[in-house]
Write a protein that binds this ligand. Structure first.
Ligand SMILES: NC(=O)C1=CN([C@@H]2O[C@H](COP(=O)(O)OP(=O)(O)OC[C@H]3O[C@@H](n4cnc5c(N)ncnc54)[C@H](O)[C@@H]3O)[C@@H](O)[C@H]2O)C=CC1
Ligand SMILES: O=C([O-])CC(=O)C(=O)O
Length: 267
């Protein structure tokens, strides 16, 4: 592949996802893509495999930015990235619960916006099913360790119930519009399912804290005029950041492989 076709990638967020993604890129493990720079709001020190740069500089250096930092970065920078002509691969899909932002990102350009499947599977099939007509019912149940679900808005009563739980405790139920706003680092999957089925309000989400959840579980159940679908995953959490499942950076790398033009894989 000539150097002009190699995607110049910047990783925003050097955490559980970004480190694995950036390291694989720096080691040349994704054909057609190279790591050019890293953006993070903390100093990274010398061990990072590429230069840490301010966001504005990343826009000049890269033609593809991987967001692995949080919903706030998508809100603050998404449109500017796309308007500069740089493509954007989003991990924090929960930012798209804001219809207005979603509309602006999808309309922005010349850069193009992509979403990784992240921690959840079956999105390709749900998109295919929805192309035949709207799904009637979609449910997501996410079960995680209680500590990964604690939020600043929770009152003492709820925190105590979660911390003292001896079995599963439902801590929120709502739609894919409501839930990712309340658990911004933990329920992006709800927004990803909604992106696939094309409707935030149809997706009913239940968030469960379970002290026995040594695996993070996402169960998607959907039905419509053309069939019924059920996908269940049970992921080992990242040891450094148990809110994120270990597989997520590898899902991002798979998305990057597709964007960089690798052949022979399932899209
Ligand atoms: N789509 C999916 O299935 C999943 C999506 N996510 C999303 O990915 C995000 C990142 O996940 P992790 O790597 O596990 O988080 P992490 O907390 O381990 O790392 C985030 C990194 O981003 C940096 N950061 C935060 N805000 C920033 C800003 N404004 N500017 C620059 N750097 C900033 C932090 O300093 C940190 O180094 C999560 O917040 C979540 O929104 C996480 C898991 C699954
Ligand atoms: O990693 C996971 O299993 C899911 C997650 O954190 C999210 O949806 O934000």
């Amino acid at each position: 592949m000539s150097s002009s076709t190699v995607r110049k990638v910047g990783v925003v967020g050097w955490g559980a996802i970004g480190r694995v993604v950036g390291t694989a890129l720096a080691e040349g493990r994704i054909a057609g893509a190279e790591l050019v720079c890293i953006v993070d709001n903390r100093p990274l020190g010398e061990a990072a495999p590429a230069r840490q740069v301010p966001f504005e500089e990343a826009l000049e250096l890269c033609d593809l930015i991987v967001e692995a930092a949080g919903q706030g970065v998508v809100r603050e920078w998404g449109e500017r990235i796309l308007d500069s002509g740089t493509d954007l691969l989003v991990a924090s899909t929960g930012a798209l619960t804001d219809d207005e932002l979603g509309g602006r990102l999808l309309a922005a350009g010349p850069g193009r916006v992509y979403f990784t499947g992240g921690a959840v599977g079956g999105l390709d099939l749900l998109q295919a099913a929805r192309s035949m007509g709207p799904l009637d019912e979609v449910r997501l149940t996410t079960t995680k360790l209680p500590a990964t679900l604690e939020q600043p808005w929770m009152d003492e009563e709820l925190l105590t119930r979660m911390r003292n739980a001896t079995g599963p405790v439902e801590i929120m139920s709502g739609t894919a519009r409501d839930v990712p706003v309340k658990f911004p680092k933990s329920t992006n999957v709800a927004a990803s399912v909604a992106l696939a089925v094309g409707d935030l309000d149809t997706v009913r989400v239940q968030v469960v804290a379970d002290p026995a959840a040594d695996r993070t579980r996402h169960v998607v159940e959907a039905s419509g005029p053309h069939g019924a679908y059920r996908f269940e995953v049970a992921h080992r959490p990242d040891p450094g950041n148990p809110a994120t499942s270990q597989v997520v950076p590898h899902a991002v790398l798979r998305s990057l492989g597709a964007l960089a033009g690798r052949t022979g894989q399932i899209l």
